[in-house]
Design a protein around this ligand. Sequence first.
Ligand SMILES: *Cc1c(COP(=O)(O)O)cnc(C)c1O
Length: 345
Amino acid sequence: MKIIDLRSDTVTKPTAAMRAAMAAAEVGDDVYGEDPTVNRLEAMAAGMLEKDAALFVSSGTQSNLLALLTHCGRGDEYIAGQESHTYRFEGGGAAVLGGIQPQPLDFEEDGTLDLGRIAGAIKPDDVHFARTRLICLENTQGGKVLPLEYLRKAAAFAKEKNLRLHLDGARIFNASVKLKRPVTEISRHFDSVSLCLSKGLGAPVGSMLCGGIDFIQEARRWRKVVGGGMRQAGVLAAAGVIALRDHVERLAEDHEKARLLSRGLQEIKGLTVESMSAQTNMVFIRVDSSVIKSLAAHLKDRGVMIVQGRKIRLVVHMDVAMADIAIVVRVFEEFFAVQRSGACL
Ligand SMILES: *Cc1c(COP(=O)(O)O)cnc(C)c1O
């Protein structure tokens, strides 16, 4: 049975081209700065985002952690979304390892953080308070693309308040491809940007932290401190080069798949497709809590994998074919048709 895995875009397997590039990669000791493939990937990422430098790291979590450790010191504070990955899904790393306090704020409906609310959360210069240093935005946020106009305002705001601005751009290319604008129109507003190679771009491992020369030099130091200095990492970076070279433009296909999936699911009675959903490669649906378990089991028996919940995030990616979308919609239809006929009996 073919498996259609909609749990995340992290589940993609490296392509044949990636495996070939990994096998053939020229390598050296990256802690000595001598791995040519890592150096090439770092130059490539920095070039694409028009930042001065970039750092190849093991994961998006490590990338955000290094950014926080570099921008903030002990007793400093960063402002981030309540549901942001950095605050919520990274084990509190900045607090654990850096003595850095988060100030979470609710995201707005469109995935932005309201600048007025941020202004209200910035601490006065007073011994009672942590020092507010940094704002972290996320783009895409829950699959939503932040408006460029908002980014411009956020950057001006951060400058005015003397705060640094970091972007958790795990899916920054989904945002730029969706907007049909160069990725630099997003990255230019930020002091640092983290992006994931291992999500929609399809690499098996890795993220890139991008920023200024001094910032990346300091982040490189922190990377070693947290045990992230890898040696012949070129075997991994080689897949990252292919991801950045060949897999950016094709994200549009994933967005089309999500759009078709959303359209198909909207026709089904028994589930609700979230509004503002399906902007990029994710569709969010809601189902009644009484059916969560049986729905997941029905899907699993037919090869469709999801993460259970009342609000279900369906993520499409390279390893989901366009033709798989119709299959997924049919399997959902079947389930709710049976539910309805059961309810009538
Ligand atoms: C996946 C993700 C990360 C972290 O990436 P890992 O490689 O899983 O550690 C960070 N931010 C966002 C928004 C993500 O989706």
